[in-house]
Design a protein. Structure first.
Length: 73
C-alpha cells in the first residue's frame, strides 16, 4: 500500500469517529447560553463523559495530522 492511500483511510476513519464522538457528548448549554443567559453551574467531566471527551480530542488531532500529511506528500 502507498502512504497516500493509508493517509486517506486514516482520514476517513478519524473523521467518522470524530463525528460520532462529538454527537455522543452531552450538551451542557442551551441556546440561551450563546446570548449570555446561562444560569447553569460549571461542572467537571467525570467517568465516561471525560473518556469520550479525551478520545474526541485524540481523534480530531489524528484527523488534522493526517490532513497535514496528505498536504506534505
Amino acid at each position: 500500500m502507498e502512504i497516500g492511500s493509508v493517509l486517506n483511510t486514516v482520514t476517513l476513519i478519524s473523521a467518522g469517529l470524530s463525528i460520532i464522538l462529538i454527537l455522543l457528548q452531552q450538551r451542557g448549554a442551551s441556546l440561551g447560553a450563546g446570548f449570555g443567559a446561562s444560569g447553569e453551574l460549571y461542572t467537571t467531566r467525570r467517568g465516561l463523559e471525560k473518556s469520550i471527551f479525551n478520545v474526541t480530542i485524540i481523534t480530531v488531532l489524528i484527523f488534522i495530522l493526517s490532513i497535514l500529511g496528505q498536504l506534505l506528500i
